[in-house]
Design a binder for this molecule. Sequence first.
Ligand code: GLP
Length: 240
Amino acid sequence: MKLYVCKNYDEMSAKAADVVASVITLKPDCVLGLATGSTPVGMYKCLAEMNKAGKLDFAGVKTYNLDEYYPIKASDPQSYRYFMNKNLFNNINIDIENTHVLNGEAPDTDAECAAYDKAIEAAGGIDIQVLGIGNNGHIGFNEPADELVAATHVQGLTESTIEANSRFFSSADEVPKHALTMGMAPIMKAKRIIILISGKGKHAALKEMLSGGITTKNPATILNLHSDVTVVCDEDAYNG
Ligand code: GLP
């Protein structure tokens, strides 16, 4: 793993944006795997600024997001589709038809998930996958468990994730109890992975991942099996 320890959140965001921008510059029709959560917001802001300044072109870029709550309407301000439109897609020159988020209203979730994995393959696979990390080491919504699931699937959310994500809702009761998430296979098949980690709350999960061991109890540790992972964290996350 390549590790960058940045002074603070803003430096982390700028560094991560540079890495993603370089992939787009080298391959203008690349496929990005994208993440939600508060961590990548600063990076999306930097990317939008580069686009506005005429330094980065998203016209040929395709995106696939990691996950979406289930059930949730795309128009719900808590949905990840809404988040992506607001924080990135509405602020860059991407064709919205080229942006993909799992459908939180899909009547047949198994069919939705299988079609998503096929679509990623058909697009040529993900050139760079952006990840955040849960306090418990989850990536996407692949929660710690005895077994992790390879394919994109419906996932029950753990109490700790519901609690952590309740800050975006009016109460923990409002947080959907399920999500659709890319499984470990589409994530690990990405040609390159960048994981952004900020804040003291992520310290334990980060340290365990950097120790090099692999456990399904911390899904991010599986990234140790991938040959091209860049970790961009801030000092709070690194030092605890
Ligand atoms: C959610 C998302 C994850 C994200 C995590 C951390 O649960 N499914 O993809 O990494 O939150 O969020 P935050 O960056 O807000 O700490």
